[in-house]
Design a protein around this ligand. Structure first.
Ligand SMILES: Cc1cc2nc3c(=O)[nH]c(=O)nc-3n(C[C@H](O)[C@H](O)[C@H](O)COP(=O)(O)OP(=O)(O)OC[C@H]3O[C@@H](n4cnc5c(N)ncnc54)[C@H](O)[C@@H]3O)c2cc1C
Length: 450
């Protein structure tokens, strides 16, 4: 029987995961062709941060080498960007004229770094942080130059800053918001994070808005000027201020996009022959920027490409960790809460540990942890399951491995709590230190309060 033709545009994490799932379900249904704009086989983009930090090499982060494509009879075109989809004739065309016909097309074009539209953005030494090329540019700059400025104090910006500092650069992180990682952390945990990163030598400028990147007169950036007139030296500027889904190709082909290629719960676009997965997608109005949801999408998409037609993607609750050695933080779900919610907070100030759980009617809906994240998977599972935690609510804050260490019900009567804004706040060390008149000492209560 003649095989159907599947063409995939974008050789990244979500697309290749979809192929892996598909090959598990039905290895022989399609002749598969893959176009990748980058010159590398599929690699683990997440691990670019350890590469920048000098902890891993490019070879270590390849997920599927060229042999994998050969073994699975996949025609692979690397370094070939697809520039046109002819939906009428069901054919895609690459920049160099290479064409491929399809019965099913899978768009997995990912996203690109958003570059602030400020004067000087085109200067040499100004990069985004998305791929191997960006990472190599940063590594090369670190060998030659001194001052790096990272614009953006989110996950990506901080990982870039950490890597550049480990490579010997003097790094300043510029962030427009009052605290770091404001989409994942509250002000308490962000403050702890900032202190830890400052101890590693990073500098921070918060609530600063970039006005202009200033040229050295020879086409390279030399400094960055802010709206308030301040100027600091910058031989390298990394823009880590967000991503934009790569939708131009789909849009030009008349496929409906709205801040992402719009897909149904089966990962199908408005053209029934064309599917889409990954960061390029808008699903129920959300475009995800983390891999876990993309892998869920991949499974569902493969199920439909395999003509099984029984899986649905219904959205994902996301969680975040920062890949900076020595810094443990975790954030998931709705960590800010609202009128209908209440919070359980534990803050060991001197020990550098912080935990906030947000509950709605005895259901855990969000968590932030700093310093000790060993129970993060346990909490995350509860958030995802929407589990009723009434029965363990008293011990919840102590995590899976510490049941009954210091029950909140006892804490209420022993004065180790502080009720503010509906929050129950345990302040172990501060309370004890106060009583002992010993500010520097951390005390962990074992076996309950007395
Ligand atoms: C430095 C860094 C650290 C990260 N850390 C984490 C983390 O800790 N945890 C986490 O969950 N996520 C992390 N992410 C995000 C994660 O890497 C992405 O969510 C994931 O890679 C997206 O997968 P994707 O397949 O949608 O897109 P991509 O992996 O970007 O793949 C898309 C591919 O399509 C190619 N392409 C685009 N247009 C075309 C075209 N027209 N023709 C041919 N090819 C095309 C692109 O060149 C690219 O290779 C990180 C990202 C970066 C950059």
């Amino acid at each position: 029987m003649k095989k159907m033709k599947l063409v995939m545009v974008g050789n990244g994490m979500a697309g290749v995961r979809t192929l892996e799932e598909l090959l598990k379900l039905t290895p022989d249904l399609y002749d598969i062709t893959v176009f990748g704009a980058e010159p590398y086989p599929n690699y683990n983009r997440i691990m670019l941060s350890p590469v920048l930090a000098g902890e891993q090499g490019i070879q270590d982060i390849i997920l599927n080498d060229i042999d994998w494509y050969k073994q699975n009879n996949i025609t692979l075109y690397l370094n070939k960007k697809v520039v046109r989809i002819n939906r009428k004739n069901k054919v895609v065309v690459a920049e160099d004229g290479t064409e491929a016909e399809y019965d099913r097309l899978l768009l997995a074009t990912g996203s690109s770094s958003f570059i602030l539209p400020v004067p000087g953005k085109e200067l040499a030494g100004v990069v985004g942080y998305r791929d191997i090329q960006d990472t190599n540019a940063m590594i090369a700059a670190a060998e030659k130059y001194k001052h790096a400025v990272v614009i953006g104090g989110g996950l990506l910006g901080l990982e870039a800053a950490n890597g550049l500092a480990l490579r010997g650069m003097d790094v300043t992180v510029v962030h427009i918001m009052p605290w770091l990682m404001e989409r994942q952390l509250d002000d308490n945990s962000a403050q702890m994070l900032q202190s830890a990163l400052q101890a590693k030598g990073l500098k921070f400028m918060l609530e600063q808005q970039t006005q202009e990147l200033v040229s050295d007169g020879q086409g390279r950036v030399k400094s960055i000027r802010f709206k308030d007139g301040t100027e600091i030296p910058a031989d390298l500027v990394v823009m880590a201020v967000g991503i934009r889904p790569n939708v131009a190709l789909a849009e030009a082909a008349g496929i409906y996009c709205n801040r992402g290629i719009v897909v149904s719960d089966t990962m199908q676009t408005y053209d029934p022959s064309i599917y889409a997965v990954g960061e390029c997608v808008s699903h129920r109005g959300t475009a995800y920027g983390l891999v876990a949801p993309l892998f869920d999408m991949a499974k569902v998409c493969a199920n439909h490409l395999a003509r099984m037609g029984i899986a649905y993607y219904q959205g994902s609750v996301t969680s975040t960790k920062l890949k900076v050695t020595g810094v443990d933080l975790f954030s998931a779900g709705n960590f800010t809460g609202g009128n209908e919610t209440n919070q359980i907070v534990m803050h060991d100030v001197t020990g550098g540990k912080y935990k906030k759980l947000v509950l709605n009617n005895n259901t855990l809906i969000g968590a932030v942890m700093y310093g000790d994240t060993k129970d993060s998977s346990w909490y995350f599972q509860m958030i995802r399951d929407g589990k009723n935690v009434a029965e363990i609510r008293d011990q919840l804050i102590f995590g899976q491995s510490h049941p009954g260490q210091c029950r909140l019900s006892r804490a209420k009567s022993c004065g180790h709590h502080d009720k503010r804004d509906g929050s129950l706040r345990l302040q172990w060390s501060m309370q004890r230190d106060y009583r002992q008149g010993n500010q520097g000492k951390r005390v962990v209560y074992a076996g309950g309060c007395t």
